[in-house]
Each structure stands twice: as structure tokens, then as C-alpha cells.
Design a protein around this ligand. Structure first.
Ligand SMILES: Nc1ncnc2c1ncn2[C@@H]1O[C@H](COP(=O)(O)OP(=O)(O)OP(=O)(O)O)[C@@H](O)[C@H]1O
Ligand SMILES: [Mg+2]
Length: 215
């Protein structure tokens, strides 16, 4: 196969940025469909990001040992990735089953505050934070694990009636975001990441409200 590779770093970055936009569109469409969300969907998101920037790694599990810059987390050996992703698939099914019936309550919650709606929103944010961290802790891909985790989180948020948050949280709140992930590695304390996700959702709704009222 003839691969049209990026010729320099600038071209690579441009293609990755375009890839993130393409992946975000894929996520939006997939969220609106009724297709099952599985580990294969996570690979498909990764594939969308890298298909033109780095086709050899797009949607493919890594075969290299990696570490995360400025983090003490020991990443799994590449030979463990496949089994860990299979395990993640099983856990994901269980987590998503717990959200069954939530979409209606969450959509309704945006019009009228109800106890069920509030419980469902809380459950959804917890599931999103869990999946986000699970992906980054396995680090299944050679590159782009953070971007894939953030987009997979958005897929869950959008599927169950909320809005996706900025995929640039890494740039906007680098220290807070990394600390939040490390807090889960160290103490299984998901609260800081859940707070970042909640703030991201509130920001998006605020944007919608401001746009609406200024129209
Ligand atoms: N302590 C940590 N525990 C788990 N995951 C972490 C930790 N620190 C950082 N990460 C994740 O690792 C990601 C970096 O991995 P990688 O370079 O594969 O992803 P990326 O998408 O290329 O990164 P970026 O977010 O900079 O675009 C970070 O974005 C973050 O999501
Ligand atoms: Mg990276």
C-alpha cells in the first residue's frame, strides 16, 4: 500500500488536528446511532485520529514499551494490552448496563430538575471518568491515548443525553488534568477528574445559553 506520509513535523501536527476533528464528528454520529459502544469503538476513534497522520498505528494496539512523561504510573507491557482491552470490554458492558434508561431522565433533567435525573447525571459522569482513566492507564496505543480517552468519554456523555466537553483539557488545564489522573492511579480517587468533567459540561451549557440569549 502506498502511504502518503506527512513530510515534516508541521504537516504531521496539522494532520493530527484534522484527525481529531474527524474523530469528533465520528463520535457525534456514533452517539446518535444505536450501535453498541465497545472497545472496538475506542479503536475506531483512534483510527479516525491517525489514519492520515500516522496510518501504521491508527486503531492498532502498541507493540512498544511506553511511559507517560512526568508520571510515576508503570504502564502495562505491550504483551498485556490485548487481554487488558478484552477485560475493559467486559467492564464497559457492565458500566453501560447501569446507565440503561438514563437517557430519558437526563434529557428531561435539562428541562426540569428531578431526583432520577440528578442520579443519572452523577452516574454518567462517574462512568465517563472511569472509562477515561481506564484507557489512559492501559495506554493501548503508541500515541494519542489522551485524545482517544477524552473522545471516548464524550461518546458516553453524548450517547446518554449530555454534551461532550472540550478535548483540549490537556492544554487548558494541564496540571490539574494530569494531577486528577494521578490521583486515580494512586488512591482510586476519581473526584478531581469527575469535577473536571462536570466543569467541562457546565462550560458547554453556559456557551449554549450565552449564544441563545445573545441571538
Ligand atoms: N498519571 C497519569 N495516569 C494516567 N494517565 C495519564 C497520567 N498522566 C497523563 N496521562 C494521560 O496520558 C496522555 C498522554 O499520552 P499520549 O501521548 O499517548 O496521548 P496524547 O493524546 O498524544 O496526548 P495529549 O493529551 O498530549 O494530546 C495524557 O493526555 C493523559 O490523558
Ligand atoms: Mg502524545
Amino acid at each position: 500500500m502506498l502511504v502518503n506520509r506527512p513530510e515534516n513535523e508541521e504537516e504531521l501536527q496539522k494532520r493530527e488536528a484534522v484527525g481529531v476533528i474527524r474523530a469528533s464528528r465520528f463520535v457525534r454520529r456514533y452517539a446518535q446511532s444505536h450501535k453498541e459502544i465497545t472497545v472496538a469503538t475506542i479503536c475506531a476513534i483512534h483510527k479516525e485520529i491517525f489514519t492520515e497522520a500516522w496510518p501504521e498505528i491508527a486503531g492498532v494496539y502498541r507493540d512498544e514499551e511506553l511511559s507517560i512523561t512526568d508520571s510515576d504510573l508503570l504502564l502495562p507491557h505491550p504483551t498485556e494490552v490485548l487481554d487488558l482491552m478484552k477485560e475493559l470490554d467486559v467492564l464497559l458492558k457492565i458500566h453501560l448496563a447501569e446507565l440503561e434508561g438514563c437517557e430519558g431522565h437526563i434529557l428531561n433533567f435539562q428541562v426540569e430538575v428531578t431526583e432520577e435525573g440528578l442520579l443519572c447525571v452523577e452516574r454518567l459522569i462517574k462512568t465517563t471518568a472511569w472509562l477515561h482513566h481506564a484507557i489512559t492507564a492501559i495506554h493501548p496505543f503508541r500515541e494519542g491515548n489522551g485524545r482517544t480517552a477524552r473522545l471516548a468519554g464524550n461518546l458516553i456523555l453524548e450517547r446518554y443525553g449530555l454534551v461532550g466537553i472540550s478535548v483540549k483539557i490537556e492544554k487548558e488545564n494541564k496540571n490539574g488534568y494530569r494531577k486528577a489522573l494521578a490521583q486515580i492511579d494512586k488512591r482510586e480517587d476519581y473526584e478531581p477528574l469527575e469535577a473536571i468533567i462536570s466543569d467541562g459540561i457546565i462550560d458547554r451549557y453556559h456557551g449554549v445559553a450565552v449564544k441563545y440569549y445573545n441571538a
